[in-house]
Design a protein around this ligand. Structure first.
Ligand code: G1P
Length: 294
């Protein structure tokens, strides 16, 4: 079936929900504690066996590429000052994966962003991870999808999550037949349906494994919701053929796409760090007691 070696990470968005900070800082670089969101997503891909990361980038996102690159001046400085641990960490990040960048010149939608990555992906199955979704799980979420593909022979796998009915308008929504309590053979997919017309409450989270033929489908996918080329619409063509699986993944998903979501994720991932947990809990207790800042 071909190994999944490459992951496409669309990072071209303007980040308007985080203005004004995103005037100068890519939203993917906003931190959960002291690590940018995007590092969690890259780490997930790498721990699932992904070797190449294709960033679909745009103007103003250089900080992101710099982050995963070597930094000779910084490394020399840390070395000269005997900061061995920091040096190792800085180097580890630069070695996480092979990073390739392609530019999406115009913001024409997620489907268009994925299509922009076609020359960098080539004729192989690949993963897509959306940076707004950060997942905390024992087995990497994208790894769960890759395993589902290997086990079932499905051509495409999307991550599913049950959401409150009134939230269907925020997601791509899938309908189909359950093959097991956690696997749906997807037959229909709708991008951001109003609750009245949503075919189910099972939403796509930003993790996909796709065959390379999705590129030719995307080339002929008309603009859909919001006047954009929707990835959901292209995968729906495969779903009609019966080759798409929806995998309800094990793990906690954090939507870091708005300020409160980022804050929630930041608290969660900071509390997971043994050296920070007590301090975070003390801050939360101060909030509860109303003694903060005294
Ligand atoms: C995108 C997809 C949508 C999916 C969502 C998951 O929407 O188009 O199908 O459910 O990501 O986060 P966005 O949130 O980028 O508008």
């Amino acid at each position: 079936m071909g190994t999944v070696r490459t992951a496409v990470l669309p990072v071209a968005g303007l980040g308007t929900r985080f203005l004004p900070v995103t005037k100068a800082v890519p939203k993917e670089m906003l931190p959960l504690g002291d690590r940018p969101c995007i590092e969690y997503v890259v780490a997930e891909a790498v721990s699932a066996g992904i070797e190449r990361i294709v960033f679909v980038s745009s103007r103003g996102k250089d900080a992101l590429v710099d982050y995963f690159d070597r930094s000779p001046a910084l490394e020399a400085h840390l070395e000269a000052n005997n900061k061995g641990e920091l040096l190792a960490e800085v180097r580890r990040i630069a070695r996480m994966a092979e990073v390739v960048t392609v530019r999406q010149g115009e913001a024409l939608g997620l489907g268009h962003a994925v299509l922009t990555a076609a020359p960098a992906v080539g004729d192989e199955p690949f993963a897509v991870l959306l940076g707004d979704d950060v997942v905390d799980s024992a087995v990497p979420a994208i790894g769960q999808l890759i395993a589902a593909r290997a086990e079932t022979g499905a051509e495409a796998v999307v991550a599913l999550m049950e959401v409150p009915h009134e939230h269907t308008r925020r997601y791509g929504v899938c309908a189909g037949a359950w093959e097991s309590p956690s696997r749906m053979r997807v037959r229909a997919m709708v991008e951001k349906p109003e609750p009245e017309v949503a075919p189910s409450d099972f939403a796509i989270v930003g993790r996909y494994v796709l065959p390379s033929r999705i590129f030719s489908i995307l080339r002929s996918t008309p603009r859909g919701r919001g006047g954009e080329v929707q990835l959901t619409d292209a995968i729906a063509v495969l779903a009609a053929e019966g080759v798409v699986l929806g995998q309800v993944f094990d793990g906690q998903r954090f939507d870091t796409g708005d300020v409160l979501g980022l804050l929630r994720a930041s608290l969660h991932f900071s509390r997971k760090r043994p050296e920070l947990r007590e301090g975070v809990d003390a801050i939360l207790a101060e909030f509860q007691a109303g003694t903060l800042g005294r």
